[in-house]
Design a protein around this ligand. Structure first.
Ligand SMILES: [Zn+2]
Length: 87
């Protein structure tokens, strides 16, 4: 008996979340321009360090840096355009 050829198609959805593409420098500039709270002493170095997740932990911990950057672009078309352009 000859088995029918099986074709297996694998589909992978690849997409990018715009807020995951923002550079630390752009995020820092947007946060500063809107005078939003900055971690540490307000330097770029402290801000960039606060955005890094270096150890595995909970999803909440993984997403925690967004508390600094989301208010900087949410509802701001120019900021979103800049982030998309830089990506
Ligand atoms: Zn997604």
């Amino acid at each position: 008996m000859i088995l029918p050829t099986l074709k297996i198609y694998c589909y992978v959805e690849l997409h990018v979340h715009l807020d995951g593409t923002i550079t630390h420098k752009t995020a820092w500039e947007l946060v500063r321009a809107k005078q939003l709270p900055l971690p540490g002493n307000g330097t770029y170095e402290d801000f960039s360090k606060a955005l890094l997740i270096t150890e595995p932990d909970t999803l909440q911990h993984f997403l925690s840096p967004y508390k600094y950057i989301t208010p900087a672009y949410a509802g701001d078309m120019a900021a979103n355009e800049r982030i998309a352009y830089e990506y």
